[in-house]
Design a protein around this ligand. Structure first.
Ligand SMILES: Cc1cc2nc3c(=O)[nH]c(=O)nc-3n(C[C@H](O)[C@H](O)[C@H](O)COP(=O)(O)OP(=O)(O)OC[C@H]3O[C@@H](n4cnc5c(N)ncnc54)[C@H](O)[C@@H]3O)c2cc1C
Length: 49
């Protein structure tokens, strides 16, 4: 799922086991390594188009 964080209500908490900051080559590679694992991964990127 991909969401614009600006649409998340101010007091809402996003719960995850792993949080990766930055969807550059390093972050995306790491996130892809976690595909199919039985824990939640949140990939945060500051840019939104
Ligand atoms: C001008 C230039 C040309 C380059 N040309 C090449 C090339 O031709 N070939 C090559 O192999 N390499 C090239 N590089 C190097 C390559 O860009 C880097 O090695 C690579 O991008 C590093 O990846 P990274 O994931 O570590 O960091 P980054 O690519 O910097 O990714 C970090 C990500 O984190 C995000 N971010 C930062 N702070 C936050 C925050 N607080 N919250 C959320 N998100 C955040 C950023 O928006 C970014 O998307 C070039 C670099 C530059 C500057």
């Amino acid at each position: 799922m991909m969401i614009n964080a600006r649409t998340v209500p101010a007091n809402e908490t996003v719960e995850t086991e792993v949080c990766i900051i930055g969807a550059g080559p390093a972050g995306i590679t790491l996130a892809r390594e976690f595909i199919g694992r039985d824990f939640r991964v949140c990939l945060l990127e500051k840019w939104w188009r």
